[in-house]
Design a binder for this molecule. Structure first.
Ligand code: CA
Length: 226
């Protein structure tokens, strides 16, 4: 169930959509013109937007464009268009919409698309979710690592190595496994590249801290554990 902003100036259509969404358990705010939509977007956070294109005091395409510029792409947007010409559809997608519906449409169709978009945005949020080990955090969306409040500057390879350790916490990982999964090498190249990079990583995430996170497992390899 999501918090949805519905922007639609035709009162009958707005109330028909609003009623359907509420019956499906969503929380809905309705804006009947452009200014109202902008005001709602400034004051509240929504999980999905449904935008009509032709509106008094505004235009759905412009609202979508401004919203994307200010707030990014995390929230899905569905455009409603009465016109259904290719230009309109392309315009909507260009403005940053994820999907569109041509009026008249059935509520079932709107709901099916809305469900798909919400599911996708949820999967994306999960994929972007922050990983933790003790006070060490790794934020994949910002490609950032922190120990406590201290930002740790990592190279691309160090980042990838740390990410792999984060995904396999508490598991002893052999040099061969690390070579295969972090360096994409399927054989023992007889290099000490893994040891070298684990040492780089240790210097950055453990050296100045009493509580160590990256451990040597004798006879096996390395393990990240809080
Ligand atoms: Ca309209």
């Amino acid at each position: 169930m999501a918090k949805i902003l519905l922007v639609e100036d035709e009162v009958n259509i707005a109330s028909f959509i609003e009623r359907g969404l509420r019956e499906s358990g969503h929380e809905v705010r309705v804006a009947y013109h452009g200014d109202e939509a902008r005001e709602a977007l400034q004051s509240e956070v929504f999980e999905l937007l449904i935008l009509d294109i032709i509106l008094p005091k505004g235009n759905g395409l412009q609202i979508c464009r401004d919203y994307r510029r200010q707030q990014g792409y995390a929230t899905p947007v569905i455009m409603l268009t009465a016109l259904g010409t290719t230009d309109d559809i392309v315009g909507g997608l260009d403005a940053g919409a994820d999907d569109y519906l041509v009026k008249p449409f059935s509520f079932q169709e709107l709901e099916a698309r809305l469900k798909a978009l919400l599911r996708r945005s949820l999967t994306r949020q999960e994929a972007d979710s922050v990983m933790r080990c003790g006070d060490l955090t790794l934020d994949p969306s910002g490609h950032r690592a922190l120990r406590g409040d201290v930002a740790i500057d990592l190279t691309v390879r160090e980042y990838r190595l740390l990410e792999y350790f984060m995904q396999h916490q508490g598991i002893a990982l052999s040099r061969l496994t690390l070579l295969r999964d972090v360096w994409d090498k399927n054989f023992d190249t007889n290099t000490n590249v893994v040891d070298v990079y684990v040492n780089y990583l240790r210097t950055k995430i453990d050296k100045d801290y009493k509580h160590k996170l990256l451990h040597t497992v004798v006879g096996v390899g390395y393990m990240l554990e809080a």
